[in-house]
Design a protein around this ligand. Structure first.
Ligand SMILES: NC(=O)c1ccc[n+]([C@@H]2O[C@H](COP(=O)([O-])OP(=O)(O)OC[C@H]3O[C@@H](n4cnc5c(N)ncnc54)[C@H](OP(=O)(O)O)[C@@H]3O)[C@@H](O)[C@H]2O)c1
Length: 258
């Protein structure tokens, strides 16, 4: 099937697991050139090895740590060198949180912001001059995570408005997934910075990463501004938050989100 992403160079962060891994498989079937990034090189190699053999010749591995923002300019330069340019950056890598604000040390707040916000915008800023084309609700136990994701909304909404004039061929698509059955709740940080190491029921019964990846690729193909991909509860919550914020505030304080 022809796709607007055929032959495009696509850089995926967080490609070693969950949604990023599923995106790799979805995009590998579209005759794309892929750059896979995250910290764990061996997991990236595993994901690459699971792709069809013919697609593997067009897949490169580029390990990086989003918490080390001073190294990300080098990573962006290295990524551009791999195929000569980048068409699409999918900012997917990240970690979550499982602790009340009062239990969360400031170091943990900073760590989540460093990975989910500063790491993400750092890669984006380094790439903007090189592109050849192309958190909505807050819930308990997620103060730092919600802050980082809300910050990304603000950053990318402003960036989209800036690019419209200066670089109209660069598009910004925001993806807002609901609960998806990945490792995100295992690596989510508790208040002291240790990992939760347990999968939440909401994630275990969430959408499959493959389903979410398919919706993400469709949204990027047609250059959507923003999409919600979630089960009925999260999607309803997003709309309640937008149109009836008072009602939403009463519901979310009782929500079972752990
Ligand atoms: N699952 C959900 O319900 C859900 C819902 C809404 C949004 N999301 C978002 O979707 C994205 C992907 O999450 P997921 O659910 O697929 O979780 P996941 O399975 O835990 O995957 C997270 C990915 O991020 C990478 N990562 C974590 N810390 C990193 C760092 N310091 N530097 C570079 N890469 C790092 C991990 O790779 P390494 O460990 O190899 O570094 C992994 O590939 C996240 O941004 C998450 O916030 C998920």
């Amino acid at each position: 099937m022809p796709s607007s992403l055929n032959n495009k160079v696509i850089w995926i962060t967080g490609a070693s697991s969950g949604i990023g891994e599923a995106l790799t498989y979805e995009l590998a079937g579209l005759h794309t050139k892929l750059i896979l990034s995250s910290r764990r090189k061996e997991e990236l190699e595993r994901v690459k090895g699971n792709c069809p053999v013919a697609a593997q010749t067009n897949i490169r591995i580029l390990p990086l740590d989003l918490s080390e923002s001073s190294t990300l300019k080098l990573s962006a330069d290295a990524a551009i060198q791999l195929f000569g340019h980048i068409d699409v950056l999918i900012n997917n890598g990240g970690i979550s949180q499982r602790a009340l604000a009062k239990e969360t040390t400031l170091e943990v707040d900073r760590k989540i912001m460093e990975i989910d916000y500063f790491g993400t915008i750092s890669l984006t800023k380094h790439l903007i001059p090189h592109f050849s084309i192309t958190g909505i609700i807050g819930t308990p136990y997620r103060t730092a995570y919600a802050a980082a994701k809300h910050a990304l909304q603000g950053f990318f909404n402003s960036l989209r408005a800036e690019l419209w004039k200066e670089s109209p061929s660069i598009y910004v698509t925001m993806i807002c997934p609901g609960w998806t059955n990945t490792n995100l709740s295992l690596t989510a940080l508790k208040g002291d910075g240790s990992a939760q190491n347990k999968k939440d029921d909401t994630h275990a019964s969430g959408l499959t990463p493959a389903f979410v990846a398919h919706k993400i690729v469709k949204a990027i193909e047609v250059r959507k501004r923003e999409i919600y991909v979630g089960g009925w509860k999260e999607t309803l919550a997003a709309y309640l938050h937008r149109y009836t914020p008072g009602l939403f505030a009463k519901i979310v304080r009782k929500a079972k989100v752990k």
